[in-house]
Design a protein around this ligand. Structure first.
Ligand code: GTP
Ligand code: MG
Length: 415
């Protein structure tokens, strides 16, 4: 069973056939964005960077001097790769290479919430190796927090144990991360963690498996760093509402594009069911962003309580009287605007348990529809090029200023 079939099976049975029809009619891009909505809260580096950026303003107010986070570990375990994930400015990036001993000096850069230091491998032998180890350990002695990196494939042997003991003896807050876990098969990962923990005298959950190369689990490392400093936790907390909105907005705008695409599919059964299905998936992912778990079935009940389908039809009748947009394009605009407003209503619902009144929903949807009609008005000539049209619509939706700030919607809703 594919992921799509699995989700579809959770919908009420009368919904499944029309949704399947629309699914089959969608292009690969829409299918892909639909599926990415299912993943919900993404642990993706790009988003973590947004969170850090949003927190920076708060942290600047809270601290004069930034905490210093030092990355140490044996050679070639991926310390510089992890460092590069954390630094803000591209020009501060460290050199990464498959050759052991690439980094030979300590280097420091701004990582927004804190300053981060990359060090040479702390396990090399010989005179050069000794010097590099001294550099790494002296940076660690000055650290406010230490990230001790080991290689998941290499595992924990005598050298790693010795380095661990030396770092632990500094009595600084630190975490142990096991990098390159992408090279370990899923079924072996737990055993690798258990064995690494055993060799270090730790519990397996005290070791964070990461993939520095693609940022996997970077969020856990950041949280561990933040947890040692209450001010940092507070800053992240203050940034969280904005961050959640940006995450939610990504779901909303993707669903709005899909909704517009659905409205453009010439179906024998024109109705709102497939739209409701897409919107329900959006609600599931918004719910996850706000730490609620709901099923698509529960989400589709929730979608129904907002009554956006009826509102969409009423607006369609009203707006089509004015002309301005051909009917097929107007349906796409309305499918998108009702989805956007529904998404916003969902955010308010999960955020504060507050249900926007039907008057507010109407007012918001009118405003967003007018705005989209204005944006879509030149798109009529692309009717015969559905792919180009789709792209234009998606782009127009992505360009709405709502991603950065939802204040337009809040104002309109009378906040
Ligand atoms: N598969 C995999 N490779 C990684 C990962 N992180 C880093 N690497 C690779 O490991 C090699 C060493 O990475 P670096 O970041 O230079 O390692 P380092 O610890 O800074 O090495 P030195 O500076 O030599 O001590 C490079 O080829 C990286 O591309 C990862 O998460 N997965
Ligand atoms: Mg390096």
């Amino acid at each position: 069973m594919t992921l799509f079939d699995e989700v579809l099976s959770q919908f009420p049975s009368e919904v499944q056939a029309p949704v399947r029809k629309v699914w089959d009619a969608l292009g690969p891009n829409e299918k892909a964005s639909f599926m990415s909505l299912l993943v919900g809260f993404p642990a993706d580096t790009h988003l973590i960077k947004i969170l850090v950026k949003l927190s920076t303003a708060h942290i600047r107010q809270a601290f004069g001097n930034k905490h210093r986070v030092v990355i140490v570990g044996p050679t070639n375990v991926g310390k510089s790769t992890l460092y590069n994930q954390l630094v803000q400015d591209k020009s501060d990036q460290a050199v990464v290479s498959p050759l052991p001993g690439t980094t030979t000096e300590n280097q420091q850069a701004d990582a927004a919430l804190f300053a981060v230091v990359d060090t040479p491998g702390a396990d090399a032998v010989g005179d050069a190796g000794e010097r590099e180890k001294d550099l790494a350990l002296s940076a660690s002695a000055e650290a406010d927090f230490i990230v001790l990196v080991f290689d998941a494939v290499q595992g924990i042997k005598k050298t790693e144990q010795e380095l661990f003991n030396e770092v632990a003896a500094l009595k600084k807050p630190f975490i142990v991360v096991l990098n390159k876990t992408d090279l370990i098969s899923r079924k072996d990962l737990q055993a690798v963690l258990i064995s690494a923990a055993q060799n270090l005298g730790l519990e397996p959950d005290q070791i964070v498996p990461i993939v520095a190369k693609d940022g996997k689990n970077l969020g856990k490392v950041l949280l561990a760093i933040a947890a040692t400093e209450p001010g940092m936790v507070a800053a992240l907390g203050q940034a969280l509402p904005e961050y959640r909105w940006q995450l939610a907005w990504q779901s909303i705008v993707r669903t709005a594009s899909i909704s517009a695409a659905i409205a453009l599919v010439p179906l024998p059964v024109i109705d709102f069911i497939p739209l409701v299905a897409a919107q329900s998936i959006m609600m599931v992912s918004i719910a996850r962003i706000y730490n609620y778990e709901i099923t698509p079935k529960r989400a589709s009940e929730l979608v129904a309580t907002f009554g956006m389908g009826l509102l969409g039809r009423t607006l369609f009748q009203q707006f089509s009287k004015f002309g301005g947009l051909p009917g097929w394009l107007l349906s796409a605009a309305i499918a998108a605007s009702t989805t956007i407003v529904l998404g916003y209503a969902g955010v308010r619902w999960f955020e504060k348990g507050e249900k926007l009144s039907s008057d507010t929903l109407k007012k918001l949807t009118r405003a967003v529809t007018s705005n989209l009609m204005e944006t879509f008005k030149d798109f009529g000539k692309h009717r015969n090029n559905p792919k180009g049209l789709q792209e234009r619509i998606s782009q127009a939706l992505e360009d709405l200023p709502l991603a950065e700030s939802r204040s337009t919607l809040d104002n309109e809703a009378g906040e």
